[in-house]
Write a protein of this length. Structure first.
Length: 452
């Protein structure tokens, strides 16, 4: 075999490599590219003259070729995110006389359309599987381990959860938007005697007033125009023997508050269009970011309902009140984002962490997660740098609490992401792929923010 290989000319080897049905790259022991075939260069949109002689991390995003060349440990069928697509990469160390002198890498799919179809199919299937898992778990997605933080206030809250979860006492969770109220509701249910029963969530602010009664208590067939044949169970009936989580209860219309109070006091409900009383056994966990005491003074929230749900109050701190947890939270959200994106990012630069520490985070955990998730897609190296942050964070952290609404700040974040992506990928099709949105959706957003 060795004699046969010796008879193969360099020109023949080059022809084989150039026409292989894979993208190929070779690096030396220091990670410098010494060969890259033309098809790989075309995909990366880089001239071969520039690629050869450059460090591999400057040419291929999320690469580990230099690591394999240094460690001598092969990596086979590794998922790698390159230019908006997931690829299957193989990295093999080149060993001569017992010494690692470099590494050889290949990417299986040269036809990106084939890979994109498969990637889309896998994502779709994973989404469906996750949905089924949530159904199996009766709607519960989080537990106490998902509440990140070991500051004094968070440790006290976690201890409180463990103390009151086994009881059937009604709980009112309060805190600013994005502080993790739903996380606590799920955790309380998970640790309760009702954990094997349904956990049903109702967003009182998201359901139109004229539909809220039927959503909570259900309806009979023919109760109103458009009613389903056979009727429909309400959230109370679905939560029987389990937990009913009334999110944004401070936004519930006054007339519905009276009907809710009756259901809580009597343990019975009456479906719309029915005269039959149904007994229900549910534990109530409510949550709000509204000032209920002020609403009671203004006669917009019933005091009797307030005292009914506020047996055990939980006041969640804002992110600016628990800055000691910020670093750990940022690392948690980064790990979550890199898993979903397939990118290999290990952390943040020091100036990014300084900005995170000085920012007031009016959107709390939700804002932090969104900023990190967006920055993940705008980062090509192994650390998130300041240029991957939205503009409102980069300009000296000017937006302090109360100066802008959460919606305005989220729009600023979205605009910054779009501007940076279009700068990097002028081709709208590629930009849409990178952002994970449809082309028409991308154009709508560009028109919204008047981005050319």
């Amino acid at each position: 075999m060795s004699s046969l290989l010796k008879s193969v000319s360099v020109e023949m080897i080059e022809i084989i490599l150039e026409n292989a049905f894979e993208w190929l790259v070779v690096v030396d022991e220091g990670g410098t590219i010494i060969y890259m075939n033309d098809s790989y260069c075309q995909f990366l949109e880089v001239e071969r003259e520039r690629a050869v002689g450059s460090h591999v991390t400057e040419i291929i995003e999320n690469t580990r070729m230099h690591i394999v060349a240094a460690s001598g440990k092969e990596e086979v069928a590794d998922l790698q995110y390159i230019r908006g697509n997931y690829m299957i990469a193989n990295r093999i160390p080149i060993v001569v006389d017992g010494q690692v002198i470099g590494a050889f890498g290949s990417v299986i799919f040269r036809d990106t359309s084939e890979w994109m179809q498969m990637s889309s199919h896998v994502k779709n299937m994973m989404s469906k599987i996750q949905s089924y898992i949530q159904d199996i778990n009766s709607g519960v997605r989080y537990n106490l381990n998902d509440i990140i933080g070991d500051s004094e206030v968070m440790l006290e809250l976690k201890e409180k959860v463990q103390m009151i979860a086994p009881s059937d006492i009604s709980i009112l969770i309060r805190g600013e938007s994005g502080t993790g109220k739903e996380l606590f509701a799920h955790s309380i249910h998970q640790l309760s005697e009702r954990s094997s029963q349904p956990f049903i969530k109702v967003n009182c602010a998201a359901i139109p007033e004229h539909l809220l009664e039927s959503e909570l208590f259900g309806y009979e067939e023919g109760a109103f125009t458009g009613a389903k044949k056979g009727g429909k169970k309400g959230k109370f009936q679905l939560a029987h023997k389990g937990t009913l989580f009334l999110d944004e209860i401070g936004d519930m219309p006054l007339n519905m508050q009276a009907k809710l109070l009756r259901a809580l006091q009597e343990g019975e409900v009456e479906a719309v269009g029915s005269t039959k009383i149904q007994q229900v056994d549910v534990r109530i966990i409510a949550a709000t970011n509204r000032p209920l005491e002020t609403l009671m003074e203004e006669k917009r929230f019933r005091s009797d309902l307030y005292y009914r749900i506020n047996v055990i109050p939980f006041q969640l701190p804002s992110l600016r009140e628990r800055k000691g947890d910020l670093s750990r939270l940022a690392s948690f959200f980064l790990e979550k984002s890199t898993k979903s994106s397939g990118k290999r990012i290990s952390g943040f630069t020091d100036d990014v962490l300084e900005i995170f520490t000085s920012h007031s985070w009016p959107g709390n955990l939700r804002e932090l997660e969104n900023v990190i998730h967006a920055a993940t897609y705008l980062t090509s190296g192994t650390k998130i740098k300041i240029n991957a942050l939205p503009s409102y964070l980069k300009v000296g952290n000017l937006y302090k609490t109360g100066s802008k609404s959460l919606k305005e700040m989220m729009e600023e974040t979205e605009r910054a992401i779009l501007e940076e992506t279009i700068r990097t990928y002028p081709d709208k099709r590629k930009a849409a792929q990178v952002l994970g949105v449809g082309k028409s959706s991308l154009y709508e957003k560009l028109n919204k923010y008047q981005i050319q």
